[in-house]
Design a protein around this ligand. Structure first.
Ligand code: HT7
Ligand code: ZN
Length: 878
């Protein structure tokens, strides 16, 4: 495959003024007629050919200004269409007819069918699978789209923009015309046609316009869109309040689709969603599902301004819309739910997904400089580190100037395809600051290490804090220059009070209130006039995405875990103690029976968990131990996943036994008689009770109690929590087998719930889970054609079953590799995504490492591998 480089960007030779399309949908074939209003760009070579993109297309006809072109005037392949002899000046119309087969489209890019519904996915390069086009994000135009279909098969016909016309065509067929007046790139194009139900509502915008809202679902499921509708209206109101952004069309539609490659897609006025992020009720969905729907609905809606009204000049700028929109959806969730708990969740996610990516062979900067396959760059780095970079701009500028910068961005670039430079320039102007060094965050890959040391001078009553940053060279081979690190901090007194002390800076930093901005390799900050030694609470709220190495005494961490008024850091003090203890224990040789955690750490954890003054959701977070993958990442090399698993399980049992009475009380607090409401406070109480139940089970080793909880559960959150404990702690026991069978019987008609059943078994942490997964791969309800199903079984096995995937005999690797090679022929995008779990191969002990490498090489040598999967395995091996 060819490498595309940012440095090679140049504009098109032709300007697109408008697009007029007709899609005639028939069973088995679709005819697409596209009329492009074009004009040679002033200054472009007079003889330049028009080069259009295609992908698996067949050209039926081509005409310029109504005259059919002779074969000598154009050259068509499935991947391209080149047209010569076009007018040197002035507008002309190019009409192209293609014929496509959505029924055969298993890649789920372009126009395809899902349970009979016609739907599209065009980001990033799917539009070229519908018609030949200048399929790149800097080519913007208004679209008029006419859809024709059989009325019985597709009574609902939707596209972008506003509906303008509809009517009957005879022969059982009908049509609808949609007009989208806003200039948009082709990746935001969408068409949906099918027999769908709808939940309808309206939203009154801040300027007094009424927007018609519709959420379309499979027949009979519209009522399950009620929470999504509520989340949508809250998102619309929040964007007005927080960013002054009003919705712009008369209608906003969302469609829920069963077969979808990602979470959702922000097509202008017609968002298409994986139905997992729309359909909910308490019987089928967990609290995490509710939170997921809220976040994804908000995220796609927010794209209307950050992504659609202002889009990306090229795909290297993907973080311009994704990082910014993740930042916006995180802020929305923080405002709607509980800020600290949300932040803990985001940081866990960043460390679980982005840090390993940034520290391994798939490393790339937030704005990559090159790619072979753009689909492989919808990554945690672009999305989540991209959001952290925006958050740091907000931290450095402060709320008012950040908002000024956002306002300027919307004002200056509305209707444009912009770059990261454009974005950053708005904040430089709004904050009257120079962000050129800060912009290294977009260019330099890798997680910087921030090293903090402290020294208390009892004579002078001074506390000196030394800060150093470093960036190791990595796979991306970008620079290692010092970056700008905003480090939020506090000095905490013995009663938890915030100490105020004058700070003096030496070296590469400046002090700005509770922020140290480190922009040199190192600096010291000295705080004078203190009555006694304070506890240093540093990197509050995880104000920069760095690896923190802080030589803090355990006693200090324990004090902060109790006292810090910054609740995020209170959680992190405990989390650091836990992961430090577990990592050290995992380094000790097998057979070493020393406890994995200090008694004082366990006591601190139990004190927080039992503290009624604290938010239950926060306490639930406190009880969530660092994951096995996170411990493995912190070990860095020579990882033995069985050892890591044993250490974490031992810790859980130790904590469970010591806190037995607390856990019994907490687990009983949320009985099945409490009616379900999806609000964050109720969800937090359930999270705490279910965490307590897991510790009880670890301590008592009695499945009966958990089985009783399973049977009496009044909602899916509690039911799946109990089932997970049974399946994971008591695998193959009667209690677990009975509950799994019961669960299947109850929910076998609902594929969204079946995915939980598949995933739960795929992630059971014991070697024989592989046999169950192999059996489930042959289950009648499993299919490689549905991405959710593949992710639930194969994806979660590879990503979240540290024990069975990494079986020492390599059977887990062979199973996944075999499935990936088969999947690659159906849906390469999903195959490539799951294959990224192999990237950490170098960090394992010699036996597994060799087997992982061998498996990767075998995949790489497979004939006919897709560009998507080939790119991931090649880069992983580099
Ligand atoms: N912007 C959307 C990205 C997306 C996508 C990308 C590649 C292939 C399929 C896809 N479906 C959706 C999702 C988002 O970030 O909002
Ligand atoms: Zn997005």
């Amino acid at each position: 495959g060819q490498t595309v480089r940012l440095a090679d960007y140049r504009r098109t030779d032709f300007v697109l003024r408008g697009v007029d399309m007709t899609l005639k949908l028939f069973e088995g074939r679709t005819e697409v007629l596209t009329r492009l209003s074009l004009e040679r760009r002033p200054g472009a070579p007079a003889n330049a050919a028009l080069e259009l993109d295609g992908d698996e297309l067949i050209l039926e006809s081509i005409a310029v200004d109504g005259a059919i072109l002779e074969p000598g005037r154009y050259d068509a392949t499935p991947e391209s269409l080149s047209v010569t002899g076009l007018p040197e000046t002035g507008p002309f119309e190019l009409a192209i007819e293609t014929r496509i087969a959505p029924e055969d489209n298993t890649k789920l890019m372009g126009l395809y069918r899902s349970n009979g519904i016609w739907c599209t996915q065009c980001e990033a390069e799917g539009f070229r699978r519908i018609t030949y086009f200048l399929d790149r994000p800097d080519v913007l135009a208004p679209y008029r789209v006419r859809i024709e279909a059989d009325r019985a098969a597709a009574p609902v016909l939707l596209s972008n923009g506003n509906p303008v016309e509809s009517g009957d065509l005879g022969d059982g067929r009908h049509f609808a015309v949609w007009d989208d007046p806003f200039n948009k790139p082709s990746y935001l194009f969408a068409v949906v046609a099918g027999d769908l139900d709808a939940l309808r509502d309206t939203f009154l915008t801040m300027s007094g316009r009424t927007v018609e809202l519709g959420i379309y679902t499979e027949k009979g499921r519209a009522r399950q869109a009620a929470y999504a509708m509520d989340a949508l209206k809250r998102s619309m109101a929040w964007d007005e309040r927080r960013f002054g952004r009003e919705y712009d069309l008369d209608v906003f539609n969302v469609v829920a689709i069963a077969d979808f490659n990602m979470g959702a897609m922000e097509n202008k006025g017609l968002n298409v969603f994986n139905h997992k992020y729309v359909l909910l009720d308490p019987d089928i969905a967990t609290d995490a599902d509710y939170a997921g729907v809220e976040t994804v609905i908000a995220h796609e809606y927010f794209h209307n301004w950050t992504g659609n009204r202002i889009t990306c000049r090229d795909w290297f700028q993907l973080c311009l819309k994704e990082g910014l929109t993740v930042y916006r959806d995180q802020e929305f969730s923080a405002d709607e739910r509980e800020r600290t708990v949300q932040r803990i969740g985001s940081v866990r996610r960043l460390k679980a997904h982005q840090f390993p990516e940034d520290q391994g062979p798939l490393q790339h900067p937030v704005r990559p400089g090159e790619y072979r396959e753009i689909n492989n760059f919808y990554t945690a780095t672009v999305y989540d580190k991209g959001a952290e970079v925006v958050r740091m701009i907000a931290t450095l500028l402060g709320e008012a100037d950040f908002r000024k910068g956002m306002d300027l961005y919307f004002e200056r670039h509305d209707g444009e395809a912009a770059t990261i430079e454009d974005f950053v320039a708005c904040f430089e102007q709004a904050g009257a600051v120079d962000l050129s060094q800060f912009a290294l965050w977009y260019a330099q890959a890798g997680t910087p290490t921030l090293t903090v040391t402290e020294a208390w001078d009892p004579q002078e009553r001074r506390h000196t804090v030394r800060l150093r940053q470093s960036l190791a060279p990595g796979a991306a081979r970008t620079g290692t220059e010092p970056m700008v690190l905003p480090i939020r901090f506090g000095l905490v007194g013995g009663n938890g009070e915030e100490r105020r002390a004058e700070g003096r800076v030496a070296g590469g930093a400046r002090l700005d209130g509770d922020l140290i901005v480190l922009d040199g390799r190192e600096a010291t900050v000295t705080f004078a006039g203190l009555s006694d030694r304070p506890y240093l609470s540093v990197l509050r709220d995880f104000s920069a995405p760095v690896t923190l190495e802080h030589d803090q005494a355990e006693a200090d961490r324990l004090a902060l875990a109790r006292l810090d008024r910054n609740l995020f850091n209170r959680w992190r003090a405990l989390d650091d103690l836990l992961s430090g203890g577990l990592t050290r224990a995992a380094r000790r040789p097998l057979g070493d029976t020393a406890p994995s955690l200090d008694g004082a750490v366990v006591d601190a954890l139990l004190a927080s968990a039992g503290d009624e003054e604290l938010d239950p959701a926060f306490r639930g977070q406190v009880l969530t131990l660092p994951g096995e993958a996170e411990i493995a990442r912190q070990l860095g090399e020579g990882v033995d996943p069985d050892r890591v698993h044993a250490v974490v399980e031992d810790a859980r049992a130790v904590i469970g036994r010591k806190g037995l009475s607390t856990f019994a009380r907490l687990a009983a607090a949320e009985g099945s008689d409490v009616p379900f409401t999806p609000d964050a406070a109720s969800a937090g109480r359930r999270a705490l009770a279910n965490a307590a139940l897991a510790y009880l089970a670890a301590a008592r080793n009695d499945p009966a109690e958990v089985a009783a909880r399973y049977r009496s559960a009044g909602n899916m959150t509690d039911r799946i929590a109990a089932l997970a404990i049974l399946g994971h702690r008591f695998p193959q026991s009667d209690a677990s087998e009975e509950a799994l069978a019961d669960f299947y019987r109850r929910y076998e008609t609902d594929e969204l719930v079946l995915d939980k059943w598949f995933a739960l078994q795929a992630t059971a942490p014991f070697h024989d889970a592989l046999a169950a997964v192999e059996r489930l791969a042959g289950h009648p309800r499993f299919t490689m054609r549905n991405p959710n199903r593949v992710r639930a079984l194969v994806g979660s096995f590879a990503a979240s079953n540290q024990v069975a995937f990494h079986r020492p005999d390599g059977a887990g690797y062979r199973f996944v590799a075999e499935k990936l090679v088969a999947l690659d022929r159906i849906n390469p995008q999903i195959a490539a995504r799951i294959a990224t779990t192999f990237r950490a191969w170098r960090s394992f002990e010699a036996g597994r490492r060799a087997k992982l490498e061998e498996t990767l090489r075998q995949i790489a040598e497979t004939k006919g591998l897709s560009k998507d999967l080939g790119d991931i395995v090649d880069r992983s091996l580099k």
